[in-house]
Design a protein around this ligand. Sequence first.
Ligand code: WQD
Length: 340
Amino acid sequence: MKNKVLVTGGTGFIGSHTVVELQNSGYEVVIADNLSNSKIEVLDGIEAISGVRPLFEKVDLSKENECGDFFKKHAGIKAIIHFAASKAVGESVEKPLLYYRNNLNSLMNILEAMKEFSIPNLVFSSSCTVYGQPDKLPVTEATPRKEAESPYGNTKTICEDIIRDTAKANAQLKMIALRYFNPIGAHPSAKIGELPLGVPNNLIPFLTQTVAGMRPELSVFGNDYNTADGSCIRDYINVVDLAKAHVVSIGRLLEDKQKSNYEFFNVGTGKGVSVLEIIESFERATGEKVPHKIVGRRAGDIEQIYADTSFSNRELGWKSGKTLDETLLSAWNWQLALNK
Ligand code: WQD
């Protein structure tokens, strides 16, 4: 009998790659997604890769009744990976209440359902944004969290606290938060990848759309930072490596390997890379030129952040493996597939 895992937000970028890795590891997957920022056709891509079409329900998890109805219909769920959330930094500044309502209500409904339907295990999609601009680099799990740079980032901080306090009050619940750095790339099959709706905010989709001729040129937001080449530094992690960290975390929960019933881990490569280095790596990996210009800084950007991954490497037994060049090539191959 396969262990059944619910993946909320499972037709999204990281969610869809995680569904594939769960299926490849022998889990049965059911997806709950409201399709507000993804397309149902993603199921075709997942099935084309794994050979298995996951169960799917269109659900707004921020609505208590819809969430409850979902769990009444799908019995036997052993663990939940909760991705479903609004995640556009800029939009969260304009519409903070939308972000607090959706992201906090969805999580609280999931936690209530875990108690009501006796589902003890949760992996939560958190973000390095909870660290703000760290005083010291690289960032470890002991690095203090800072005032978030946006309402979106603040919802991640608050959700971590909701999970922490719920774990304290409910010893039967076992929960892990994974703090992602910058997820990039696509499945090597080019059958699933990042599907930004509208003008991309994030660097890699904007870069690949520019090289594909869909944008005139890439704006590099500032080269006057206190870094080697003046552009911002981030820890860019391959989305398939990131997906595998979720599968390892589910295994840790199901096999009762936790040291406490709420743990959190940095999920990055441990290497800081600048925007200009991304451009160089992309050009080397693909042979394509990236038309770009240096412009002013983007409001809200931090200068640099990258992870110390020794704790997650040791405790989870997980390590990122893909090189930056092959990751950027996978992003390019996905863009080419999208444009076909
Ligand atoms: C990366 C770097 C930009 C676009 C955000 C969220 C984080 C997560 C990932 C959701 C920065 C530069 C970007 C462009 C550029 N989101 N850039 N030109 O801001 O590090 O993180 O997305 O889970 O929580 O905070 O990612 O890809 O927007 O930017 O120069 O057209 O690329 O200045 O230095 P960011 P990003």
